[in-house]
Design a protein around this ligand. Sequence first.
Ligand code: ZN
Length: 295
Amino acid sequence: MKPSRPATPLPSRIRVEPDKELWFADGNLVLVARDVEFRVYQGPLAAHSPIFKDMLSLPQPGESETGSHSPTFDEVSACIRLGHKYQIDHLVTTNMDFLRKFYTDSFEDWYPSNFVRPPTFQAIHSIGVVNLARLVGADRMLPAALMDCCTLGAEIVRGLPRPDGGRETLAPDDLGRCFVGRTRMAQASARIAHHMFRQKTAVGCRNPTCCARVLQRLLNELANAKDDVISCVDWYASWMVYVDGRDEGRELCIKCYRMLEGERPKVLQREVWEKLPSMMGVDVPGWADSMKQEV
Ligand SMILES: [Zn+2]
């Protein structure tokens, strides 16, 4: 093996400064472009960018490796910001596509899971997702990402801790949207609560008189329920704990029980989802139209 050449020292007049955004203390790849130094993650770069893969001469990642890897928020954010800054479109697209699977604009994709973040993400990362969507102009991702921000408490003001020790916060206008959005989400919850137990029994109900009586009881007892049941921020939460707790003898027939478990909340949640952009204070052209196409 050829002995490696000693590194040429940089001329002393060039002072290399770390990049403010793309400097991750635990990054394992240092890139120097002119007088700026980046410390990023080698794996995601090589996996997503043919340029970097060639540059780093890494072997193609094995199937099992790519199948099991769920990137962290810092990795995804670094790839998108680097790709955006240096116009590596593929790096941006692949990582935005990954985020779009979770922060979706499709009710039919969202409904079965009622929002599940990427496995390695926490709610606080939604602040970073909003900022990434803003950076690349992915407006259709904003309603779901802002909605997730609305579930945060006071920590929303302090923002997301960054690997460099700083903090990433929402832009003031987006922070304002979350204050308003949070109230609208609680209002949506209250509306759903009062429509969940209306008297209409399920198609094929086995005992309409009995089931109507139970539905009336479930509606009446909302008055005694805790506030966080009726006006919780997560308007998409399941009602089945409430139902099971008040119909312990299972007087509801199976058809009506299934209706409360599935079709009725789906219809009600769909109505909320249709208004989600306006609830979050963003304009997403064609949102309601694309919902009609899904039916
Ligand atoms: Zn019934």
